[in-house]
Design a protein around this ligand. Sequence first.
Ligand code: FES
Ligand code: FES
Length: 224
Amino acid sequence: MPHHHPDGPDRPTRRRFLQSAALTASAAALPAAYAAEQPAASAPAQVPPPVPARPVRLHINGKEYALSLEPRVTLLDALREVVGLTGAKKGCDHGQCGACTVLSDGRRINACLTLAVMQEGRHITTIEGLADGETLHPMQAAFVARDALQCGFCTPGQICSAVGMLAEARAGAASTVQPPPAALPQSLSDAEIRERMSGNICRCGAYQNIVAAVRDATGAMRRS
Ligand code: FES
Ligand code: FES
C-alpha cells in the first residue's frame, strides 16, 4: 500500500489554502486597480514636468564642490552618488537609523532628511573629514581602542553623531535624562550618553562598547 505523506498531493494544506486565497484576492482586486490606472480618454495624463538640474555649491570637509543636482536630491545621495564620499551610510533613508549622520556647521543632521540644495552655504563634515591628516579624531581613536563596532555599518554615523552630541552637551542642550542646565561633557553619565545617542541604531547591538568609547573620548577631548 502506498504511503501518503500528510502534506501529499491529495491533501489540502493550510499553506495551499492561503496561497489560493491570496490569488483569489489579488484577482478580485485587479479590475479596480487596473481601472484606476487607466485615465479616461479625454483627461490628459497628470505627469509633473521634470525639474532640471541646477548648480549647487557644497562645502564638504574643507573643499568646495560645484555640482549640478536636481533639487530633489538628498544630501546623502549627493555625498554618496555624486561626490563619492560613501562613509555616510544609507540604512533606512527615512530618518530612523542615524547611519547617515553628518555634521552641518558642527550640528549633527540626518543627511537622508535634508536636500543638498538646503545645505548651500553651510560647512558639511563627514566621517572622511574628521581626522587631522593621519591623526584620528579622538572619537575615532576611542571607537578603535574600545572595539566599538561589529559590522561597522552604523559606525560613521555613530562617530559623527557623538562628535555633534558632545558639542551640544557643551553648549548646554538639555536631554530627557538631565534637565537644564545640562551636564558638562565631563560629567555625562552612561545614561546620558545612551539617551543623547538614541537616534543612532546599531543592528549588531554594540552599544556597550559604543557608550564606553564615547565616555573615553569625552575625557580625552576634555584633556586636549
Ligand atoms: S539613512 Fe538616514 S536615518 Fe537612516
Ligand atoms: S556595528 Fe553593525 S550596525 Fe552597528
